[in-house]
Design a protein around this ligand. Structure first.
Ligand code: PRP
Ligand code: ZN
Length: 283
């Protein structure tokens, strides 16, 4: 049994639960308890505040955790990053009141900066030889300049709407952040095996995410041209249709070049193009 620590509510909760569901890990979410076991996979989910997740994993109370990179770097706990999860992207930035002119980093000299991330901020300021007064607060950092508690803030920026509604302006991006899967450094062999299976499933979901399954009908005369348009990496399946002289072509297309390739397929004579999502893809 592997225990994974997940944020109980907030920016990471929903996408983490989606990730587990897409990996076919079933959890009874009906009763909201602290610890929930899966019915079909040897894993149990421990719901915590995000700030507590790095330490919980480092100490071994949980074997795994899903945590924002910002929180993981700030806490300086000793755990392994086993996968960058590519969701909950945000950045940690310095922001100042909108009306103030910003000449560059030296503006922060002797200023008071409110933040919940003192470790990351201190490192950044030291590296840039800026002396500033770091004022640690745990919530509603963005209101501190408006109420005269600080000159500036250092906080998470995602859409940027919190800054806008507090008349603040982002002036320095200090670090980028995304969700991380972290693991305790001393997992038993048995736990490592379960982790491998989990990672395998995550890869299958991730690989399928930006891919589409595409079917089309092509007259055999047009077949060579249609096939030449398809990316050579995925050799397509070609099957005869009941109608003499026609074939059905099946292939997988990735999202980035999707519309470009569909356009070329149409002009090459592909008809009745059907596009379906792919749930999983095992490399
Ligand atoms: C962060 C941060 C801002 C907001 C920024 O709080 O403190 O309030 O998100 O997001 P935006 O740029 O999309 O407006 P969060 O919701 O993570 O809660 P927390 O501070 O309690 O962790
Ligand atoms: Zn938080």
């Amino acid at each position: 049994m592997l225990r994974i620590a997940v944020q109980s509510k907030g920016r990471l909760y929903e996408e983490t639960m989606n990730m587990l569901v897409e990996s076919d890990i079933k959890l009874s979410t009906s009763k909201r308890t602290l610890l929930v076991q899966s019915k079909n996979f040897p894993i149990e989910v421990l719901f915590l505040r995000d700030d507590d997740i790095p330490q919980t994993v480092a100490s071994g109370v949980a074997d795994l955790g899903v945590v924002g990179e910002n929180e993981f770097v700030e806490r300086q706990e000793d755990a392994d990053i086993v996968r960058r999860l590519d969701f909950s992207h945000c950045r940690l930035s310095l922001a100042i009141p909108k009306a103030i002119e910003y000449p560059g980093l030296e503006w922060f000299e002797n200023k008071k900066i409110a933040t919940s991330y003192p470790v990351i901020l201190r490192n950044f300021l030291e590296k840039n030889h800026i002396n500033a007064d770091i004022h640690v607060i745990t919530g509603s950092v963005e209101i501190s300049p408006g109420i005269g508690l600080a000159d500036a803030i250092f906080d998470i920026v995602s859409s940027g709407s919190t800054l806008v509604s507090n008349n603040l302006r982002e002036v320095e991006v200090v670090m980028q952040s995304e969700a991380l899967l972290i693991a305790n450094k001393n997992l038993t062999e048995e736990k490592k095996e379960i982790l491998e299976e989990l990672l395998f499933r995550l890869t299958a979901v991730k690989t399928a995410e930006d891919k589409k399954y595409v079917r089309m009908n092509v007259s055999n005369d047009n077949l060579p041209e249609v096939l030449s348009v398809l990316p050579s990496m995925h050799s397509p399946t070609v099957m005869p249709l009941a109608t003499e002289g026609w074939s059905s072509v099946h292939t997988v297309l990735s999202e980035e070049r999707f519309w470009e390739i569909i356009g070329k397929l149409k002009s090459a004579g592909a008809e009745g193009i059907l596009v379906s999502p792919i749930e999983k893809m095992i490399p």
